[in-house]
Design a binder for this molecule. Structure first.
Ligand code: RB5
Length: 142
């Protein structure tokens, strides 16, 4: 499994914790930036990450900003992207099973690192259901 991860300055420190956690799980990580807590523009990193996902549709993405909202809005402008803003594990599980979400967005100013890592694990460990009704519904907007 390959995970592409990106953040702006607001999500930078949480991104580092997520990378450390996923490396401990021996999961391949590609970090598209940013590289510090210096103020930057989240759409730049949403675009870098969605470009990577479009090149490797088997990969999943994680985008972190202050709220997760800007990242999810920017990522969802890109065709083929289904970015889900999740701050609880129920939503993270449901969006993989029902929406086949390919990007998890979170806000580092919203969730603490303990919950964020559980959300990450839930998201990446839950497969799409492949249920016919969910495939039909996704095809209605993809
Ligand atoms: C940056 O201050 C903040 O606006 C950004 O991290 C994010 O929350 C945008 O949605």
């Amino acid at each position: 499994m390959k995970i592409i991860i990106g953040s702006d300055h607001g999500g930078f420190l949480l991104k580092l914790e997520i990378i450390e956690h996923l490396r401990a799980r021996n999961i391949e990580i590609v970090d598209v930036g940013c590289d510090s807590e210096q103020s930057c523009d989240y759409p730049i990193y949403a675009k870098k990450l969605t470009d990577e996902i479009k090149n490797d549709s088997s990969a999943l993405g994680i985008l972190v900003c202050g709220t997760g909202i800007g990242m999810s809005m920017a990522a969802n402008k890109v065709e083929g992207i289904r970015a889900a803003l999740c701050h609880d594990t129920f939503s993270a599980e449901a969006t993989r099973e029902h929406n086949n979400a390919n990007i998890l967005c979170m806000g580092a100013r919203v969730v603490g690192p303990g919950l964020a890592l559980k959300i990450v694990d839930t998201f990446i460990d839950t497969p799409f259901s492949n249920d016919e009704r969910h495939i039909r519904r996704i095809s209605m907007y993809s």
